[in-house]
Design a binder for this molecule. Sequence first.
Ligand code: CMX
Length: 472
Amino acid sequence: MAFFRGLAAVSRLRSRMGQDATTLGGVRWLQMQSASDLDLRSQLQEMIPEQQDRLKKLKSEHGKVQLGNITVDMVLGGMRGMTGMLWETSLLDPEEGIRFRGLSIPECQKVLPAAVKDGEPLPEGLLWLLLTGKVPTKEQVDALSKELLARSNVPDYVYKAIDALPVTAHPMTQFTTGVMALQVDSEFQKAYDKGMPKTKFWEPTYEDCLNLIARLPQVASYVYRRIFKDGKIISADNTLDYAANFSHMLGFDDPKMLELMRLYITIHTDHEGGNVSAHTGHLVGSALSDPYLSFAAALNGLAGPLHGLANQEVLLWIKTVMEETGSNITTDQLKEYVWKTLKSGKVVPGYGHGVLRNTDPRYSCQREFALKYLPEDPLFQLVSKLYEVVPPILTELGKVKNPWPNVDAHSGVLLNHFGLSEARYYTVLFGVSRSIGIGSQLIWDRALGLPLERPKSVTMEWLENYCKKAAA
Ligand code: CMX
């Protein structure tokens, strides 16, 4: 019975993905694949004309259809709830959470190829899915792993640029500096300077994005080893997949940590287009700034405490709780601590969200991982207690729209368990992963010829006058 339910689930997935019966997972592994089947760029080349026509048709047939009303609240409230951007790679439902090209996180865990039996998905598989909308075979993922390795060489001047900063500079500052130095090699910039036609923009964008994704683990691990391990660099292991190799270069080879890194990199890639980092990358890219410039801008947004820096804040906050109260903290003591944080004017890091209105599935899958591999870890147990204590308190505050935990509430304790305990570094890991989502969408931005972003802004006076006229 369970087997038939499984088959039905796979068949539902197939129809959602619009694929024929042979495109998903195991079935296709049995087939011979041509060289172009294994080449991501060739796959995209085939898809792009069809998607360009689809966009043209959408515009010509439905361009004037209204998507909702813009209110003054929305203008004053950071554009919440305003639909205003095309983002193909993922879509967020407030209750259910993220879907990558139609697939939820548990579905991705089921159908994307893994490195070990029943293991976590390989991020290369998610990159393939985000770019093509298709679930790749293991061979396609292996080919992409090799391609990324072949692209991963980082020029020396990148490390020199990072070395020019004091070692005390925040890891995100050092990481973004490395990304800016990588820009020197931009294929997009070179091709644009030569006068490339608009129809070709996606091609050097693809090259830049794949090179960027491939090189980031080298740059990020350099930053980590420079700051926290006396600059003792660990060379890449070319037999490993993307996430495992990254973990290895950071200095962590425990097979469970490699699995954690695969999961971590997979789930942080993309969260539709409106979050600060994704939107920034897309906005800057719309000026035809190349992918390095766009992604460096995105990273600067990610480095804010209300966004990606929250993972750092969570671990530091949890460790302070432990230090101040000891490991046998009672529920009442924890409640008191949460109130103390709120009364001091701070937010509870890792809780709340701009769009989500339920527990973040990125939190839930990390919790599953912890229950499987580190159920006795005292910090994990504290995180579990917080899950009981924080939502009712935030609800009691009366103004918090989502009292539930987000992705950042959990990641730190997992990393800490396996020895990656330097919280200040955590946002860099988030950044490496985000390159996969932002890069994928940037390629489609250029393939679809999306225009310069330029929303209208108004002054308070303009709004007051408009509202007066509307009321008259
Ligand atoms: N702790 C305390 N107060 C919170 C809160 C939290 N975790 N979450 C929201 N609030 C407050 C807001 O600060 C706001 O207060 P004011 O009206 O006084 O300014 C009020 O509740 C309403 O906010 P909201 O509409 O529920 O949430 P926003 O969309 O404005 O903000 C977010 C979303 C994530 C910035 C906010 O929930 C927050 O600050 N959370 C803690 C930081 C965090 O975990 N960020 C990571 C998010 C995920 C990611 O991007 O990586």
